[in-house]
Design a binder for this molecule. Sequence first.
Ligand SMILES: [Zn+2]
Length: 364
Amino acid sequence: MNPHEHELAYPWAEAPAPGTIVTLRPGVHWLRMRLPFALDHINLWLLDDEIEVDGSVRRGWTVIDCGITSDETKAAWEKLFDTAFEGRPLLRVIATHFHPDHLGLAHWLARGGERERWRAPLWMSATEYAFGRFLSAGTNETAGEDAAAHFRRHGLSDPESLAKVRARGGGYYPKLVPSVPRSFHRIADGDEIAIGRAGSRRVFRVIVGHGHAPEHVSLYCAEDKLLVSGDMVLPRISTNVSVFDLEPEANPLPRYLRSLDHYLMLPADTLVLPSHGKPFVGLHRRVAQQHAHHQARLAEVYDACATPKTAADIVPVLFNRELDLHQTTFALGESLAHLHALWYEGRLVRTSDGGVWRFAQGLS
Ligand SMILES: [Zn+2]
């Protein structure tokens, strides 16, 4: 949790109840869906929209992010279709990145829910779309074995946890994202997307960020000073930056910190719409807090490596609370991200002993 949260301002005290919306600006609405994790909700954004299709103008909605695939999320969406949608269709679905809470229900929203009320295209960056399609297909039969080998190499030795990682295999993602639309509309860094009704249309610029996901999309409207930040800037929790078995030698932390600095180009009084927590003002403060947070974590990890440490040894250094297996895998990935940042800088050296990797302060 963010100990400096008081430096941020929250213009809205209350989050919308499930199945309801809160209007933030004319044509910009906030809604929430529940998540069955320690992080128990995701914010989604519903925007009034109007698109010309084959010479005729269609009024409807654009949604940014979707929620996971679950009966509960579907029921909450169906309720919104009947109440908040005013009988109008979704015109497009934008997903900021491939993570299940963001992309999970895109396939279902794109074809109009249970009753197939409309067809809407999915807008995503190419890398995020490809990751989502690949993981949702669940074709990697050795995924469980690969993940267990990765965690074992980094010091997870408890046989019960390893067995659970192995059993989870490649089936975890497809459970939350059982399908991804077969085609998509590509968006890329610097693109401008006009959203809204004629006369009150907003132009959003795509800002791609790295380190949390491969090609994460944030959307910025200069006229309204409105930033849909996705998971790149969150007010309460720090964005997860992890090394996973798919890219075992990754160095995502410097990428993330460099991406964060792009947001300093936006005005300080920008209203930030994050995927978790509440809309806030204080973007530059939050970027500074994240830099300070990671510099402090890097210093702690470096100090701990006065004697050789595995990533698993680092978990209690960074997280002094009980973690379930889901949280442990993220905590281990995050610990490894900090170790790798120091290792790539040449401040730590890596040694292998019996197939287990340890990091220690270099001789210099
Ligand atoms: Zn995410």
